[in-house]
Design a protein around this ligand. Structure first.
Ligand code: ATP
Length: 362
């Protein structure tokens, strides 16, 4: 049985501002689900509806088989961790972590055991008697997580918990969250982030939200390797997948596309005779281009190179139609600037879209 089940969930804010429709999603016990999507697509709204902080205006939300639409937040067995830690400044770490259990009038021995256990998991034991002001940002965020762990919730909700941390601390805390999840295999977590790496590394499944609904749900590599639309293809992965126009000239188990402005692309996406002549967009990720002296998807001049250290980004102007294309090569390649090169890609890395939809998902 799904731990969390959303059926046709909808949100219309006061004033008839409709932001989410037809949200259907089953979340199994123990999953770590990540919501991603462009700014304003409704990620926080969806999380807040699950928490009970925002009214669900249509459809149903079930937790462990029970409809909870009208259940108050405190009764839902859900804990939410926000980007601002909201710790009580005058209370020690131990008092902050104990607070909810004290309010719930749990026996002191039970509170102590829960706090010790959470502190150990989060490596907070040395700091239990400190005040929040004597902790780093990452440690404070761990206390905020600790406060939810002691309550032993059915579901953890994280709303961009790392966005206030600097880059190095983000990485360290992300790894801690991954380790924490491993220690709590039964706990269900839902996590909202803008950060691609967090989504790719933490998620058991990613939910991509766009246009008031779910664009695609899948394991991180599934979305990366088999995006169902141009939108998801360009949203997952950085820099975005290149989309180049062409026309199908060969069908079958493999598909051949004659590229506008010259060149040819061969894809493992299967097509039928009916697809001959179809105008399509060929999608290739920057990291999937390879130099070639034979058949090539395009020929272009390297206008700019950007050395990022471990990789170099190459900005091409494509011959024939002047289309901008981005490539990504391991290592440092300033010498390629101004050169004209031919690039191809292995057929399993060549995606094909028609009217915005992947040919694999029509
Ligand atoms: N109380 C409200 N009343 C009316 N509209 C609202 C309210 N809260 C949010 N919205 C609107 O709902 C939409 C979704 O907002 P939400 O904060 O859920 O998006 P988000 O995906 O979390 O955005 P971001 O990535 O920028 O944090 C936005 O267009 C926002 O303006």
């Amino acid at each position: 049985m799904a731990n969390l089940k959303l059926t046709n969930v909808e949100k219309t804010y006061a004033g008839a501002v409709n932001v989410l429709n037809n949200i259907n999603l089953d979340i199994e016990k123990g999953e770590l689900i990540v919501f991603v999507g462009p700014s304003g697509c409704g990620k926080s709204t969806l999380l807040r509806m699950i928490a009970g902080l925002e009214k669900i205006t249509g459809g149903t939300l079930e937790i462990d088989g029970q409809v909870v639409n009208d259940m108050p937040p405190a009764m839902r067995g859900i804990a939410m961790v926000f980007q601002s830690y909201a710790l009580y400044p005058h209370m020690t770490v131990r008092e902050n972590m104990s607070f909810a259990l004290k309010i719930a009038k749990k026996p002191q021995s039970e509170i102590d055991a829960a706090v010790e256990r959470a502190a150990k998991m989060l490596q907070l034991d040395p700091y239990l008697d400190r005040l929040p002001k004597a902790l780093s940002g990452g440690q404070r965020q761990r206390v905020a997580i600790g406060r939810s762990i002691v309550r032993d919730p059915k579901v953890y909700l994280f709303d961009e918990p790392l966005s206030n941390l600097d880059a190095a601390l983000r990485v360290a805390t992300r790894i801690e969250i991954a380790q924490l999840k491993e220690q709590m295999p039964e706990s269900t977590m839902i996590y909202v982030t803008h950060d691609q790496v967090e989504a790719m590394t933490l998620a058991s499944r990613i939910v991509v939200l766009a246009n008031k609904g779910i664009a695609q749900v899948g394991a991180p590599l599934e979305l990366y390797e088999r995006p169902n639309s141009e939108f998801v293809a360009q949203f997952i992965g950085s820099p975005s997948m290149n989309l180049l126009p062409g026309e199908i000239v060969g069908t079958g188990q493999q598909t051949t596309v004659k590229m506008d402005g010259g060149g040819v692309a061969v894809s493992d996406y299967p097509t039928t005779d009916a697809d001959m002549g179809l105008k399509v967009n060929v999608g290739v990720r920057p990291e999937d281009f390879v130099g070639t002296s034979g058949d090539h998807i395009f020929e272009g001049r390297v206008e700019i190179t950007e050395a990022l250290g471990e990789v170099t980004l190459l900005y091409f102007e494509k011959q024939g139609d002047g289309h901008a294309v981005i490539g990504k090569l391991p290592g440092i390649h300033a010498e390629l600037r101004g050169k004209t090169v031919k690039l191809g890609a292995s057929p399993d890395k060549v995606h094909i879209f028609h009217n915005g939809t992947s040919l694999l998902y029509r």
